[in-house]
Design a protein around this ligand. Structure first.
Ligand code: TRP
Ligand code: CA
Ligand code: ZN
Length: 316
């Protein structure tokens, strides 16, 4: 009889050791394991929300925001970096100057994989100065962080190389991400097989928008949502208004998710997604009420799982 290993066996280092022990001990002699690609894990939304709570505390302790050039930004970056360092990432802080103040990008590489094929996922970590920036963009920042931590927990060793990024000064005009792209050599730029962007993915009156960019990345997100039976629409609320734009301009395939900002949800959208028609997707966009109360947990959960799904699918 052939032994079919479950799709999740590769995700556990202990299971790998156990399987190897079985194989070398000969107790399943002749049975070739049917190794399937590791499935993406379900990202615990409670973990993502715990990061949001920490980001809100950081804002509260630092004048109410996490904006570029303010202490709340660097404290946010230190929080994310400490989690990644403890999980085994190779982290680097990239400094730049904007508006006479120092800004920072955080880049985290997961050791292993083919560094000639890099899959990147990123989010801006800065808020506007008027509020704590929990949906914009604690949501994307926390989902990407929790996905990176899930990679570590799973001991995931994809074929491609994984890199995660948290950008500074997006709210000043995509400054950090543009700085990163401009400072890549053309050889290193060519090694990035895709950049996935997550900016505002837990809007309180959510829509489910997928960027209409690289077809393979777009299909990955649409497949995930099709599996949930949730309809998506193409993102149109200001194409090029987030950190994927510098990558796209440099010829890197890009994609991403978005749950809507100040635009109004239509009756048709409320019919398929629930929520309130005639109201903004995010009434607290760029204001002081963009707190942990300004999050739809279902949207945050679905999109966090979608981040992990895409990272796994596109890197294996
Ligand atoms: N980037 C904008 C911000 O941070 C938000 C935004 C508006 C957006 N339109 C978008 C993000 C479309 C992604 C896609 O304020
Ligand atoms: Ca989940
Ligand atoms: Zn944003």
């Amino acid at each position: 009889p052939t032994m079919k290993l479950s799709v999740s066996w590769r995700a556990s280092a202990a299971a790998v050791v156990a399987a190897a022990t079985l194989l070398t001990s000969g107790s399943i002699a002749g049975a070739a394991p049917d190794v399937e690609a590791a499935a993406a894990p379900d990202i615990p939304v409670a973990n993502v929300k715990a990061h949001l709570t920490q980001l809100q505390s950081i804002a509260k302790a630092n004048g109410g925001n996490r904006a570029h050039g303010r202490p709340g930004y660097k404290a946010s970056l230190d929080y994310v970096k400490a989690k990644l360092d403890a999980a085994g990432y190779t982290t680097a802080i990239q400094q730049f100057t904007s508006g006479g103040r120092t800004g920072y990008n955080l880049i985290a590489d997961w050791p292993g994989g083919d560094t000639n094929q890099v899959v990147m996922a990123g989010s801006h970590l800065d808020s506007v100065s008027s509020g704590p920036g929990i949906n914009d963009n604690g949501s994307g920042s926390s989902a990407v962080l929790e996905t990176a931590l899930a990679v570590s927990r799973a001991g995931y060793q994809p074929t491609k190389h994984l890199r995660f990024a948290w950008w500074g000064a997006e709210e000043l005009g995509l400054v950090g991400s543009r700085y990163y792209v401009n400072n890549l050599s053309s050889a290193n730029r060519a090694k990035i097989s895709g950049y996935l962007n997550f900016d505002m993915i837990g809007s309180p009156n959510p829509g489910y928008f997928v960027y209409d960019d690289d077809p393979a990345i777009e299909k990955t997100f649409k497949d995930y949502y099709a599996g949930l039976g949730v309809a998506t629409e193409i993102e149109t609320e200001g194409d090029g208004r987030s950190d994927h734009a510098p990558f796209k301009s440099a010829g890197v395939p890009v994609g991403g998710l978005f749950t809507g900002a100040s635009r109004t949800k239509t009756a048709a959208q409320a019919a398929k997604w629930g929520g309130t028609s005639g109201q903004s997707f995010d009434r607290c966009y760029h204001s002081s009420c963009d707190t942990t109360s300004n999050i739809n947990d279902t949207a945050l959960d679905r999109n966090s799982d979608a981040v992990a799904y895409a990272v796994w699918e596109l890197s294996e």
